[in-house]
Design a protein around this ligand. Structure first.
Ligand SMILES: [Zn+2]
Length: 406
């Protein structure tokens, strides 16, 4: 019968210079410890790759490996240090783990896979029976690996999105590649300096080839794009404009609800989301509730109608038709006298050219919305977040389309 050490030698498949010396099985502790020892004559310098002599052996180290059956499996070894004529004494690289990692490459690869399917560090750490920080570190290394491997491909259509982060007025700004539906990078604020830094993550060649940038009407974004991507068209697309319009409808609702409640009328209380949904996305009961609200002939209903009618702007067949639609829409908003809406209309008029740029590029709205809701979900499962870096790691892990496998 094959000896247990030989069996593990075969299972692990490491080079012959690493010999399985001993295998300790603890049935009660559900643990297997595999001791390896280096039996080669020569080693390679990890810095310059030249052959060198074994100087000594570093103290014993342990790496968590994939489980054998239900047994947690640990690899234990002392790593030789190489005496290199040029670089001095250096600890060599081992074939089963990345430098400074407490896990084997196979274990890290499995964890990356598991995290992709669990969508939270806590869930993965429960399955692996590994502490939260260890899984978090594996995720961080995976993202670093993915970013290192990412090629500076052309990105023709990009999007800049802001998102609130933590309570109060803290924001993050996200740079998206709209053609490949992926997040390129994230910074912690939404200032001019920060946005410039974000755009600087693109290479010189990438920057020169960006054709359009979708963003909202926040001035620092526009200024940063004009300075760093002078050839790109700025597009205020449907996704970004609808945020402003929804916000205006909500303000009208708030003011009106306040006035109505003074007279004991609670028609608008708790109706916020009814006004944010599009009719085609309402359930039968939501539609019934909405129709009841509309029948009350409220100012909010008018605001909602004006917001909703603007959706047809994006379906205009040409820039010229779009411009006519836009002008007419602005006139009727003016006539409505609804201040929050008139204010947004003014902002839109000042950015009219960039709104009309939509007809030149027609970038997909679905990408920004899709990434946005994915990031929103991450925030919801992010109870353990320690700060911005942690959030950035998660966004890039789940939305960066990075090559993170070992
Ligand atoms: Zn060397």
């Amino acid at each position: 019968m094959q000896k247990l050490t030989d069996h593990y030698q075969q299972l692990l498949g490491f080079p012959a210079t690493w010999k399985v010396d001993d295998v300790n099985l603890s049935v009660s502790g559900l643990k297997i410890e595999v001791h390896l020892c280096f039996v080669g004559d020569e080693v390679l310098c990890p810095k310059c790759g030249e052959h060198g002599k074994v100087y000594d052996q570093a103290p014993e180290q342990r790496w968590r490996h994939l489980d054998t059956m239900q047994f947690e499996t640990i690899i234990i070894a002392r790593i030789p240090r190489c005496q290199c004529e040029t670089c001095g004494v250096k600890t060599i690289a081992v074939p089963w783990a990345a430098p400074h990692s407490r896990f084997t490459l196979l274990f890290e690869g499995f964890t990356v896979s598991l995290l992709q399917h669990c969508s939270s560090v806590q869930a993965a750490s429960n399955i692996l029976k590994l502490d939260w920080h260890a899984v978090d570190q594996i995720m961080k290394r995976a993202v670093e690996r993915g970013l290192m491997r990412r090629k500076p491909d052309n990105v023709l259509h990009v999007g800049i999105d802001e998102k609130s982060f933590r309570s109060g007025h803290k924001y993050i700004t996200i740079l998206n590649d709209l053609d490949r539906s992926r997040v390129l990078d994230i910074i912690e604020d939404r200032t001019l300096k920060g946005t410039k830094k974000l755009l600087e993550t693109l290479s010189k060649q990438q920057k020169a080839r960006v054709a359009s940038v979708s963003l909202d009407m926040w001035q620092p974004f526009t200024t940063a794009v004009t300075k760093l991507l002078p050839k790109a068209d700025i597009v205020h697309d449907r996704f970004h404009i609808s945020k402003y319009l929804n916000d205006a409808v909500n303000k009208v609702r708030n003011q009106e609800s306040h006035e109505l409640q003074k007279n004991g009328d609670k028609s608008l209380v708790g109706s916020k989301y009814s006004w944010l949904r599009n009719p085609e996305n309402m359930t039968i009961s939501q539609r019934a509730r909405f129709d009841e609200l509309m029948a009350c002939e409220l100012k909010t209903g008018v605001a909602w109608g004006l917001k909703n009618v603007f959706r047809d702007f994006w379906n205009c067949s040409s820039e010229l038709r779009g411009e006519l639609f836009f002008t007419y829409w602005c006139e009727i908003v003016d006539k409505s006298g609804l201040k929050p809406l008139v204010k947004v209309k003014g902002l839109m008029e000042r950015h009219k050219d960039n709104i009309l740029n939509y007809f030149k590029h027609k970038v997909s709205n679905a990408v920004s919305e899709g990434l946005n809701s994915k990031i929103q979900l991450l925030k919801a499962t992010a109870r353990g977040f320690r700060g911005f870096e942690s959030y950035r790691t998660r966004i890039l892990f789940y939305c960066g389309k990075l090559d993170m496998y070992i």
